[in-house]
Design a binder for this molecule. Structure first.
Ligand code: ADP
Length: 366
């Protein structure tokens, strides 16, 4: 069992502005939790407080129901993998992986066994005699993970472990870490600024901004039901279109530049009835916009005519960029889109998939 509980945890570096602001969460045994958000939102600070590398200013941290605020890092039974790997250059892979166990005076035969077991899981067996500089970035990363595995910790912490790798290797290592989680069945807490990494790896994702937790949810819930404008725009690539709009009396939505009017289906008319005459934010994902001719005919569809600004053929799809004046729109259309820049296109917005946010507090309108 390895449960981690944070209760109203705060971190103040500066006494006026909390770097982590009232973080509460129960992380379950064997869960893979990802903390994600833009740089400076407090992800690493949260992780470092769990590791014991940073003091908790206020609040409580429990590991398996034991209060650990004052327990030093080495006694927390936690292993952390850092962004820069922190390998010792003069030691071999074996020695790097064995180092922590030696310090703990683990018997030699036990060290041998644990390092070889971990090397097998990570496919490092043939590299045990090499020094770090004779390894690729991906291999060095695996050694850093191996050093954590041999300790058989209750909880693994990862702080942006893949950000020094190139894009292709990052995708590969992402899968490897997910596989490792399935094999080891341990609790893992993983920090990244990359929403794709978060979506593909997390059982649950914690989205943070300015030290504050915005939403804790499964990847699909975050994607399909973002609680506020920030989460809506942060999760998903290309990002959700977030358009300034005003709700008008007769069941329609005017985009803020006043050129485009979108008819609201009856269900949404009711939902937005308290916002008539008010500004809202209308969100629609690029894949929920299609060419009129290709869209399924259904009552929830709204047709909007726009001039194509830029078309990007991606091979498996085309991105269409359009501009309504105050609002920019991106749509994911079919790869065989036959359109010239500047040409008008009729687009079908699937309003069944639309999101609406209060323009004042940016919270979702339910
Ligand atoms: P993230 O990991 O999301 O990029 P951090 O947790 O590193 O964010 O930082 C959160 C905030 O705390 C930032 O504003 C950062 O500048 C500040 N901060 C982080 N570490 C320190 C420190 N040692 N001293 C002062 N401020 C810090």
């Amino acid at each position: 069992m390895a449960k981690v509980t944070l209760k109203n945890v705060f971190k103040y570096y500066d006494k006026n502005v909390p770097a982590v602001d009232d973080f509460s969460m129960d992380i379950n045994d064997r869960e893979f939790i990802v903390l994600v958000g833009p740089s400076g939102c407090g992800k690493s600070t949260t992780l470092r407080m769990i590791a014991g590398l940073e003091e908790i200013s206020k609040g409580e941290l429990y590991i398996d129901d034991k209060l650990v605020n004052d327990i030093p890092p080495k006694n927390r039974d936690i292993a952390m993998v850092f962004q820069n790997y922190a390998l010792y250059p003069h030691m071999t892979v074996f020695e790097n992986m064995a180092f922590g166990l030696k310090l703990r005076k683990t018997p030699k035969t036990e060290i041998q066994k644990r390092v070889h077991d971990a090397a097998k899981i990570l496919e490092l067996t043939d590299l045990l005699d090499r020094k770090p500089k004779a390894l690729s970035g991906g291999q060095q990363q695996r050694v850093a993970v191996g050093r954590a595995i041999v300790r058989n910790p209750k909880v693994f912490l990862f702080d942006e472990p893949l950000s020094n790798l190139d894009a292709k290797l990052r995708v590969q290592m992402r899968t490897e870490i997910s596989r490792l989680h399935n094999t080891l069945q341990s609790t893992m807490i993983y920090v990244t600024h990359d929403q794709m990494e978060a979506m593909t790896m997390g059982d649950r994702i914690v989205v943070m901004k300015d030290g504050l937790v915005q939403q804790v949810d499964s990847p699909l819930n975050l994607y399909n039901a973002p609680k506020n404008k920030f989460v809506a725009g942060f999760i998903g690539s290309p990002a959700m279109n977030l358009l300034d709009a005003t709700v008008v009396q007769n069941g329609a939505l005017w985009l803020s530049d006043g050129k485009i009017k979108i008819k609201l289906p009856q269900r949404l008319e009711k939902k937005l009835s308290n916002f008539i005459g008010k500004k809202i934010i209308f969100g629609i994902r690029p894949e929920d916009i299609d060419e009129k001719e290709k869209a399924a005919k259904q009552p929830q569809t709204a047709i909007v005519s726009l001039a194509a600004e830029v078309i990007e053929p991606m091979g498996n799809e085309s991105f269409l960029y359009a501009n309504t004046g105050a609002n920019k729109i991106i749509a994911r259309l079919s790869p065989d889109l036959n359109l010239q820049n500047g040409e008008e296109i009729e687009l079908a917005f699937n309003m069944g998939k639309a999101h609406f946010f209060n323009a004042e507090n940016e919270e979702v309108i339910n």
